[in-house]
Design a protein around this ligand. Structure first.
Ligand code: GDP
Ligand code: MG
Length: 831
């Protein structure tokens, strides 16, 4: 017979780890509370009939967080055959508080004392037999992380489920029990017997969310008021007190903590969470990680992916990785000589054509058409040029960046020209094992099957250029995820949450805002969902509105593209994007906290700092791969479709009065649409239709921006050169930050809509994000241009006004809402 076992417990007690052990299903294991917001399901390894559900982490069964409500409803539904309460044994008292509540569902409960490895390491004592006798439920000692006691735990849960022995709920003081018994009589008769006590307690606590699940709400207010008078406390407080009194009455008999002086973790924390050092250390750590991922290791890998795999091709030669010259260098040298010769030939012929030298025109036409030089014309030209002493000049420039390599022009005369003609184009295959790039292979393949011209263009210029531009960033992203997984796995990220909580609270923000921010560096969607852990409604809405300011993985290609093409490949751009994200959240928080919908105090954020530990290599790889794979998957689906669409919209349109493939992209459909709205972005410095179209496609998925630019400006190395030519420094910075800060992709907007719960708040969120991004981008462009000596008077004045307004919002004193006021407000509304 099929049975269902639910894993319940405090956040970070190890539910997901145990779940993975039970099911063999792999999931992401994090360190901060709130990652497990969704219910996860699987079947027990070796027994398909045992269904396992991983419930969200909770401290209690009150109605204050969505996690609590979700868990309660699920447990009260009656589909669960046994609850495994996963307990962090290094914090037994706090965890038993939940355990006693779980015992009230009339469902068999097994206590899994987890983290026993830490208990032993720290020299604590836990007497599980005594605990089991005390509470009357089976108790198993396990270590989910190390896989100890897993089988025993599963066996105990299955046995409990089959025996169906419901635990006897802990008895409160006789006085309270008397009131509860009275209330129980008022619980609707249709309620299952085993849940009557649970609902009686909930009714006593005035928990309307719970009593709404009943046939009708019991009329017990008189009893509650009497009890509150008797105990001189509010009803909820009475129950809480009684529960803790019960736990303290026996805890000393079953649990002893060793008094430890300064574990290694504590010593590290003295430095890492130090009031003065914490923030600089955090900045350095994050800076270092982005530096490695974007500039050094990741940069090399991404260059290889962009120029090699998705470019012409690459050498199978590991020597350059360790700094030794390899095949590529040997080839580059010869190829450089060839390019130089080609330039010499070109300028010499062009000069000849200008001077009207015989044969030059024919040769110039050959060059234009990229064909071999006509040999007869060449002979004529060489002789004539020599006779008239023709010379030409050119300044060598770097092919990719367009930078001049020297100040001195190179002089070309007949002798140089003759020698240049003898330089042959090198064949890459002669310099080592050469692997052609994906575009080359595909092009050859398409040629071989005589593919139709338009289809070839679609595949090469649309799909390969667009999807390739996005996939080229996979190495950087994988490296970044790997490094972030180390920070999470070792426990440092939990410290970061703790450090930033101190800062955030000073600005009146919820410290819990930081959890979604952290998750947001991966993806905005789980980040928005994790805001459910924030109790205060206004703080939660505020966090949903601002979380996606963080650069998620999809925004990395945008950052990397701009960093590489415009800002000289600086890893600092990525670090800047990260901190601009954090700053934007803080700035928005401070400004919005002073507006009516958000006024209110924040609850402090309680969080245990887990011990530092060495992350397991497989966990790091798994975490890296899971996040990286979803990125790759997106490139293969939504981005592929978008690239096809963009290719079509940018390649087709009305030209010369007829619809069809356009010669000039400015006549395309995309140009028409983009041109109609690009005026909006003119004050930001990038009001051309290409950039506008890219920003719009970025709403489908942020990586699309790069894909679209790849289609519109040409893929491969050409993209960088063309971008650099198209934008000034301030315009590029403005465009990058606008796209990083404006509304996220549609999927994340969907999450915002779901979590905000109504259309009004959804539009307020998206509107605020776009408005904020617009203001910041406008200031970047206007102040940046003015700084570089290019003043646009109207724009600059607008920028100054925006700045002044923001400063006013930041520094004006906050109005404090007095506790009595909101009640007066609602009373007035109700009247
Ligand atoms: P959840 O929030 O309850 O799902 O907890 P997780 O399963 O995500 O675990 C939180 C953290 O505790 C992770 O870093 C785990 O690696 C760690 N953890 C889980 N079980 C154990 C254990 O038995 N011993 C130790 N030392 N760490 C554990
Ligand atoms: Mg979990």
């Amino acid at each position: 017979m099929a049975i269902t076992i639910a894993l319940a417990g405090n956040p970070n007690s190890g539910k997901t780890t145990l779940f993975n052990q039970f099911t063999g299903n792999h999931q992401y294991v994090g360190n901060w509370p709130g990652v497990t917001v969704e219910k996860k399901e699987g079947t027990l390894k070796g027994d398909k009939n045992v269904h396992i559900v991983d419930l969200p982490g909770i401290y209690s069964l009150s109605p204050y967080t969505k996690e609590e409500v979700v868990s309660r409803q699920y447990l009260a539904e009656g589909t669960v055959d046994a609850i495994v309460d996963v307990i962090d044994s290094t914090n037994l008292e706090r965890n038993l508080y939940l355990a006693e509540q779980l015992m009230e569902f009339g469902v068999p409960v097994v206590l899994a004392l987890n983290q026993m490895d830490l208990v032993k390491k720290r020299g604590y004592t836990v007497k599980s037999k005594e605990l089991s006798a005390q509470l009357g439920v089976p108790v198993v000692e396990i270590s989910a992380l190390h896989g100890d006691g897993i089988k025993e735990c599963a066996a105990a849960a299955v046995k409990a489920a089959e025996e169906k022995t419901a635990p006897t709920p802990v008895k409160f003081s006789p006085e309270l029990e008397k009131y509860l018994a009275e209330i129980e009589e008022n619980i609707p008769a249709a309620t299952p017997d085993n849940l009557k006590r649970y609902y009686a307690i909930k009714a006593f606590e005035r928990d309307e969310v719970a009593t709404a699940e009943l046939q009708y709400a019991p009329d017990v207010n008189r009893i509650i008021i009497e009890a509150e008078g008797k105990f001189d406390d509010d009803a909820e407080g009475i129950i809480t007190n009684e529960r803790y009194r019960n736990i303290t009455s026996f805890i000393d008999k079953v649990y002893k903590r060793a008094i430890l002086s300064g574990t290694t973790s504590e010593k590290i924390d003295k430095v890492v969470t130090n009031r003065i050092l914490a923030l600089p250390i955090f900045v350095i750590v994050i800076g270092f990680i982005y530096y490695i991922a974007i500039s050094t290791v990741g940069g090399v890998a991404t260059d290889w992916a962009n120029d090699g795999v998705f470019g012409d091709g690459w050498y199978l030669d590991p020597r350059p990785l360790v700094g030794i010259e390899g095949s590529q260098d040997a080839y580059d040298e010869v190829a450089g000589e060839f390019d130089e010769a080609q330039s010499e030939i070109t300028v010499f012929i062009e000069a000849g054509a200008e001077e009207g030298i015989a044969g030059a025109d024919t040769l110039a036409a050959n060059l234009e058409a990229e064909e071999d030089l006509d040999s007869k014309a060449l002979t004529t030209f060489e002789a004539a040029a020599k006779q008239s002493n023709l010379t030409a000049e050119y300044v060598p420039e770097d092919e990719e960046s367009g930078e001049l390599l020297t100040d001195d022009a190179v002089e070309v005369d007949s002798a140089v020209f003759a020698e240049a003609l003898t330089v042959e184009e090198p064949d890459p295959a002669e310099y080592g094992v050469w692997i052609p790039g994906v575009p080359v292979l595909i092009e050859n393949g398409l040629d071989a099957i005589n593919c139709a011209g338009w289809l070839k263009a679609l595949i090469l210029d649309g799909i390969v250029a667009g999807v390739g531009a996005v996939l080229g960033f996979v190495p950087q992203i994988l490296i970044l995820f790997f490094l972030l997984a180390i920070l999470e796995g070792c426990g440092y990220m939990a410290r970061v949450a703790f450090i930033l909580d101190r800062i955030f609270r000073r600005f009146g923000l919820s410290g819990k805002t930081f959890i979604p921010m952290l998750i947001g560096t991966g993806c905005g969607i789980p980040a928005i969902m994790s805001t459910r852990t924030i109790e205060s409604d206004s703080a939660r809405r505020l966090t949903i509105m601002t979380t996606t300011f963080m650069p998620c993985s999809a925004k990395l290609p945008i950052i990397a593209l701009f960093a590489g093409a415009i800002f000289g490949g600086s890893g600092m751009v990525a670090v800047a994007a990260y901190f601009v994200g954090i700053a934007s959240i803080i700035i928005s928080g401070i400004m919005l906290k002073k507006t009516k919908p958000f006024i209110g105090e924040e609850s402090p954020f309680v969080m245990e700092l887990p011990e530092y530990r060495l992350p397991r290599f497989v966990d790091l790889l798994r975490s890296m791969w899971e996040r990286g794979w979803s990125f790759i998957k997106k490139a293969g689906t939504i981005i592929l479709l978008s690239c096809i669409l963009i290719w079509f919209l940018s390649g087709y349109g009305f030209e010369n009065g007829a619809f069809g493939a356009v010669e000039n992209m400015d006549n395309s459909i995309l140009a028409t649409i983009g041109s109609a709205i690009c005026i909006i972005f003119a004050p930001l410095g990038w009001g051309d239709w290409q950039a506008t179209a890219a920003a719009i496609t970025g709403l489908i998925a942020k990586e699309n921006l790069v894909g679209t630019l790849g289609v519109l400006y040409g893929g491969g190395a050409g993209l960088w050169v063309n971008l650099a030519a198209a934008f000034t420094l301030p315009a590029a910075a403005s465009m990058m930050f606008f796209n990083l800060l404006c509304a996220p992709c549609f999927a994340a907007m969907g999450a915002i809509r779901r979590e905000q719960g109504n259309a009004k708040w959804f539009w307020a969120s998206v509107g605020y994000e776009c408005g904020y991004a617009y203001c910041i981008a406008l200031m970047i462009y206007q102040f940046g241009s003015a700084f570089m000596g290019q003043v646009h008077p109207v724009g600059l004045i607008v920028a100054i006004i925006i700045l002044a307004f923001m400063l006013f919002m930041l520094f004006r004193p906050a109005k404090r809402k007095t506790p009595a006021k909101p009640e007066a407000d609602t009373a007035a509304e109700a009247a």
